[in-house]
Design a protein around this ligand. Structure first.
Ligand SMILES: Cc1cc2nc3c(=O)[nH]c(=O)nc-3n(C[C@H](O)[C@H](O)[C@H](O)COP(=O)(O)O)c2cc1C
Length: 314
């Protein structure tokens, strides 16, 4: 795989980013991906500032390669989280779920590479205007929180590509080298992969959640709770309760109290498959094995190469 704008931006071997994922991407996963030649990201969204500090320190001990921190701006304590990131000398920050203007200038002034995650052309342009170094454009298929517009990766990537000049990373539905090639043919300079890495040995999610990812079939996820923060979930008991609440005409307040606090931790980290929230992408239907993260990177690269040769024969 040749060097390009993304490998150069981060100083990595392959243009493969392991998406930051709450309760899933701690130092073990991030360092394994970075050691394999991709870019590992710590998911700060589920970490108290002192826990994040610990993960940064451990990640640095486990790899001498570049790694970064993903900071979803919808969670509390962002000032404290940024403070830890800066004081720990982190060089790459991915922000998501918020306004790219809020932190980009501050981070860029201290020489941090900033990437913002978007789900529409409108926000890609906003991120570019805010001065980020690259955007992740995340399609409707993706696991976790997402936009309301339901634009799929297949449509989003060329649409964003047409409008922005800075490097573009595609996310949503990418778990194989074939999908990676497709995204790059559509105009992406690299890919961000989430669900595939959630089902890795090094991922910190509970083993029962990882097993559910393996069991999931096409059609087993749904983007819901759009009135609060749209999120793609596996259709478990908690999801069914949310659907029942909708059928009963639930108000936002009712939905908020149904979601309550700690649902994601309960589901993904503690393995409570009934009452917890299980965030995962549509592509879980194509994931059939829990693998070491380094193997996932290797497979993506090899499949990419094979797919490229197969396309040449068309
Ligand atoms: C369990 C899980 C948790 C996630 N948490 C975050 C997060 O904290 N911040 C974020 O920006 N994206 C989050 N995402 C999105 C991923 O970083 C990534 O963009 C997405 O998973 C890509 O789509 P895919 O799942 O189809 O690979 C999460 C995804 C999953 C599956």
């Amino acid at each position: 795989m040749a060097d390009n704008r993304i490998t150069q931006l981060f100083g990595i071997q392959y243009p493969i980013v392991q998406g930051g994922m709450i309760w899933t991407s701690g130092w073990r996963l991030a360092s394994a991906v970075s050691n394999a030649g991709g870019l590992g990201l710590l998911g700060a969204g589920s970490m108290y500032p002192n826990v994040l500090k610990e993960h940064i320190d451990k990640c640095r001990k486990a790899t001498d390669k570049p790694f970064g921190v993903n900071i979803p701006m919808l969670y509390p304590n962002i000032d404290e989280v940024m403070d830890i990131v800066v004081k720990s000398g982190v060089k790459i920050v991915f922000t998501s779920a918020g306004n790219p203007k809020t932190w980009t200038t501050f981070l860029k002034e201290i020489d941090i590479t900033v990437v913002h995650v978007v789900s529409s052309v409108k926000f890609a342009l906003k991120a570019q205007e805010a001065g980020v170094d690259a955007v992740v454009a995340e399609g409707f298929e993706a696991g976790g929180h997402n936009g309301r517009d339901e634009t799929t990766t297949m449509v989003l990537i060329p649409s964003v590509k047409e409008k922005i000049d800075i490097p573009l990373i595609a996310a949503g539905g990418i778990a194989t080298g074939q999908a990676m090639l497709a995204a790059m043919v559509l105009g992406a300079d690299g890919v961000q992969v989430g669900s595939r890495f959630a089902a890795s040995h090094e991922g910190s999610a509970h083993s029962t959640f990882k097993e559910q990812i393996i069991l999931a079939k096409e059609g087993d996820t749904h983007l819901t709770l759009k009135e609060l923060a749209p999120v793609r979930l596996l259709k478990n008991k908690f999801y069914q309760n949310v659907q029942q609440a909708y059928a009963n005409g639930a108000t936002i307040e009712v939905l908020k109290s149904l979601l309550g606090r700690g649902r994601a931790k309960k589901g993904m980290f503690e393995g409570n498959l009934e009452e917890g929230e299980l965030e995962i992408g549509q592509v879980s239907g194509l994931i059939n094995e829990i693998k070491p993260a380094g193997q996932i990177v290797k497979d993506l690269v090899e499949e990419f190469g094979r797919a490229k040769s197969a396309v040449n024969r068309l």
